[in-house]
Design a protein around this ligand. Structure first.
Ligand code: HEC
Length: 293
């Protein structure tokens, strides 16, 4: 099977067990159902149908008897494949970051001074925790809700006219006609967020608040990967997002200094789990199934 390339998947499957809404527009609410999205999506694993996946698993020698043994005699089906993948995702838990040790483990030297100041900003003047919730007994950094920060609006409004300077080698720019690029590319799919599910105009450009654990490892950022670095994300918030009719009232210019920006980035970097290396090597240690491509 092809590897997953879409941003929503790269956005990390760690700690999905705690998510109540999945995908950036919240279209699925159970992991068991969600797994079929990437399995079938044309731009992800591109399997032609559910039946195709089921047949393929049934015929792979590695899987012979495994589903039957695990699911009380049931072969691979739409339900048991969903359950198997969801159970795997639920054990991808990542914690014990420097932040956790500092905040919940009484290890006062686990955070740098800069990251600690970043945390104060995050929960104070910058009010990031209005959406990326963190409290005395929980720190998933998401309110499980959808908000309009202006990212989707900006993508919808992006202008295809004029020329764009593209860096092709260090110091070498080419001027590219935007319309020529658009003509030669596949049309960009609509980017309307929650609206695509509800058809309610008030939901336009609303996306799920992502949790921020391991965020330093999952660039680029936002549902469309439009911001390359964490610093770009913090600067985006500092400017007040992208103003539009439905902009969330919590998104407004913050007046942060460059040092404040550095501190917030240092804090976000402190959210990388202590066990990430182990999770990654576990995942690679067990080649199974169709590893031929
Ligand atoms: C009004 C709610 C809200 C507030 C306030 C908010 N965020 Fe977000 N944040 C979101 C949403 C929604 C997204 C996803 C946007 C998208 O995908 O287009 C997001 C995305 C992000 C991402 C990218 C995560 C990824 O994996 O792509 C980072 C990092 C982030 N926020 C950090 C912050 C910081 C730092 C602050 C404070 C300066 C902040 N947020 C304030 C709702 C909020």
């Amino acid at each position: 099977m092809n590897s997953c390339t879409e941003k929503r998947w790269r956005a990390s499957a760690h700690n999905v067990a705690y998510q109540t809404q999945l995908f950036h527009d919240g279209r699925e609410n159970s992991l068991e159902n969600q797994v079929w999205g990437p399995l079938l999506a044309k731009n992800e694993m591109a399997n032609p149908s559910i039946g195709f996946v089921i047949d393929k698993l049934k015929h792979l020698p590695d899987y012979r008897g495994r589903f039957e043994r695990t699911f009380g005699g049931s072969p691979p089906t739409v339900e048991t494949i969903g359950m198997a993948l969801a159970s795997y995702e639920r054990v991808l838990l990542s914690g014990a970051s420097a932040f956790d040790r500092w905040r919940y483990g009484n290890q006062s030297d686990a955070l740098s001074g800069s990251a600690e100041r970043g945390y104060r900003l995050f929960t104070g003047a910058a009010r990031c925790n209005g959406c990326h919730t963190v409290g005395d007994d929980h720190a998933l950094f998401t309110d499980h809700r959808l908000h309009n920060t202006g990212v989707g609006y900006a993508a919808s409004m992006r202008d295809n006219s004029g020329v764009r300077k593209v860096l092709v080698a260090p110091g070498v720019y080419l001027e590219i006609n935007r319309q020529a690029v658009a003509d030669a590319s596949e049309p960009r799919p609509n980017d309307l967020g929650r609206y695509e599910i509800t058809q309610d105009p008030a939901d336009r450009w609303q996306y799920k608040t992502p949790g921020l654990r391991n965020v330093a490892l999952t660039a680029p950022y936002m549902h469309d990967g439009s911001l390359p670095t964490l610093r770009d994300v913090v600067r985006f918030y500092n400017r007040g997002g992208v103003p539009n009719e439905g902009l969330d009232p919590m998104i407004r210019p913050l007046g942060l200094t460059e040092t404040d920006v550095d501190d917030l980035v240092a804090f976000l970097e402190s959210l990388t789990g202590g066990n990430v290396d182990v999770l990654v090597s576990d995942a690679f240690a067990a080649p199974i199934g169709d590893t031929g491509d």
